[in-house]
Design a binder for this molecule. Sequence first.
Ligand SMILES: Nc1ncnc2c1ncn2[C@@H]1O[C@H](COP(=O)(O)OP(=O)(O)OP(=O)(O)O)[C@@H](O)[C@H]1O
Ligand SMILES: [Mg+2]
Length: 234
Amino acid sequence: MSRLIERIESGVPGLDRLLDGGIPKGNVVIVAGRAGTGKSVFGAQFLFYGSSMKGEKTLFITFTEDKAKFLRYMRNFGLDLGELESKGLMKVLNLVIPPVGQQNKALDEISKAFEEFKPTRAVLDPFSALTIPITGSKGELQSYVNSLISKIASNIDCTTLLISEVPASADQIGSGVEEYVADGIIVLYYLMRGKAKIKAVEIRKMRGTKHSNQATLLEITDDGIVIDPDIELT
Ligand SMILES: Nc1ncnc2c1ncn2[C@@H]1O[C@H](COP(=O)(O)OP(=O)(O)OP(=O)(O)O)[C@@H](O)[C@H]1O
Ligand SMILES: [Mg+2]
């Protein structure tokens, strides 16, 4: 294990072994996958662990869910985010998807939350919602995503997960620049095994550490996501 890099434990059982010990602190990591692959639970677990086990301040920015419904949903997995929020350890910020031309308003709210709350872990779910108001050329979209990720990365003490919804038909993540600009990419996906559909996780990239490149079994249980690093899928 590299000793120069400070790592943080992800809170997802099994994942840190795929990452040679944990996510390098301060990294901005894309968590990508199709609908229902477990991205939101993954994000919630990452923050819950930081706040409940390490006393860290954590920020969950969500766009698509009604907050009460979202908190109830996460409680199903033993993740009581509301309790952490009432203790002042977590902030769950429910933003509306910005209308066309008003992307800067959401960006300002996000920057303000980072500045005021000073989280050491954050999740944007889904990050892709922020790009909805950009209706111009691909170049414009890529330049916006680039500046957005740089802005988030400027919070150097914060390790951030950007949740990215990948449509079933797509073979690239987001606008295409995400893959180059982000420090890491974790992909959650479905695999067919005979007639059974199973879930897998793969670390496509993680700056600052060596890591597994292998598809590995991921399961969603009543206690959240569990990865079994000993079960590599081919
Ligand atoms: N109690 C449970 N036990 C096992 N698996 C569950 C349980 N509850 C939900 N799931 C699984 O979790 C998945 C949803 O996880 P999650 O909400 O994190 O997905 P997501 O990738 O964020 O989806 P979306 O793209 O729709 O936001 C469901 O598709 C289901 O397979
Ligand atoms: Mg989700």
